[in-house]
Design a protein around this ligand. Structure first.
Ligand SMILES: C[S@@+](CC[C@H](N)C(=O)[O-])C[C@H]1O[C@@H](n2cnc3c(N)ncnc32)[C@H](O)[C@@H]1O
Length: 277
């Protein structure tokens, strides 16, 4: 089973990959907001950043299978620009997911940022993988209203994903209709060296719903390797691309610690609301 991270520029490396070979792509590109990476300069001129965005989106499209799905995580500053470009490439949007989290940056003269956008696109609206069963959650009819009309197998999650660390030190809980997942804060056991590591739980949900075991999952901006770690745990093949040798080495070390198909994180039965501040 392949679980690989290649070091270098994703534009160059994607051009070397076979066309129509990837089942699921997840991209969490630099947001162009001045984040401190070791190599990449996250303060590019707007036009330069957008021209580059167009190029890597098209490069992902080339390697995606006609039945493939593409998820893009992006911040407020360039969300609209990414959507316009994804639409122009001929992708079809399935959901505009809002990932709500806390532990964002505290602001003094505006409201604190507490969300990111995750765009869920498919190449063909009539042919794509969507596995509802692994991500189904109990509905409010079941958990709150004891309504006999509730579908006993639960419902699909909402398109707002709530990640409040005050309410859980576990992740998406199977007995809640909203899944609670914290950002990966500095003190968390999951946290590695990378400055903007995503929680594995977000990637587990995406990979479970939009790919099948053995499928190839691509992350052109591997960072700390969250996508690859989740893919390996879930029995998918994965290819990551990362500009920084240091980060790519971190991904390799992270993958070595994971057994292929190892059980996902333990699930807590109740949100710890008593700990909310
Ligand atoms: C937002 S971070 C990704 C974080 C990742 N989702 C995680 O959970 O760890 C973006 C990453 O893209 C990398 N990067 C920037 N430009 C790149 C390029 N042209 N090709 C490949 N990687 C690049 C940066 O070094 C950084 O690690």
């Amino acid at each position: 089973m392949d679980h690989d991270v290649l070091t270098g520029d994703c534009l160059r490396i994607l051009a070397e990959q076979p066309a129509a070979s990837v089942d699921l792509a997840f991209a969490d590109p630099p947001f162009n907001i001045g984040y401190e990476y070791d190599l990449y300069d996250d303060r590019r001129a707007r036009e330069d950043y957008l021209e580059w965005t167009e190029r890597w989106l098209a490069a992902v499209k080339r390697v995606l299978k006609p039945t493939g799905s593409f998820f893009v995580a992006i911040g407020d500053e360039y969300a609209a620009e990414h959507k316009v470009r994804l639409d122009a490439l001929g992708f079809t949007m399935r959901n505009w997911i809002v990932w709500h989290y806390t532990f964002g940056v505290n602001c003094k003269k505006k409201f604190n940022r507490s969300h990111a956008h995750i765009f869920y696109y498919v190449a063909d609206p009539n042919r794509f993988t969507f596995n509802p069963e692994p991500v189904r959650v109990p509905s409010a009819r079941m958990t709150t209203y004891a309504d006999r009309r509730a579908n006993p197998v639960g419902k699909l999650p909402d398109d707002t994903w709530v990640l409040r660390p005050q309410e859980s030190d576990a992740h998406f809980q199977t007995d809640a209709d909203t899944w609670y997942v914290p950002r990966v804060c500095g003190t968390f056991k999951e946290r590695g060296e990378h400055p903007c590591q995503m929680p594995e739980a977000v990637l587990e949900r995406i990979i479970q719903v939009a790919s099948n075991p053995g499928d190839l999952v691509l992350d052109p901006f591997a960072g700390s390797g969250t996508t690859l770690a989740a893919a390996k745990k879930l029995g998918r093949r994965c290819l990551g691309i990362e500009l920084s040798e240091e980060y790519a080495d971190g991904v390799r070390r992270r993958l070595q610690r994971i057994e292929f198909g190892e059980p996902a994180r333990p699930v807590r039965r109740k949100p710890a609301v008593a700990r909310a501040r």
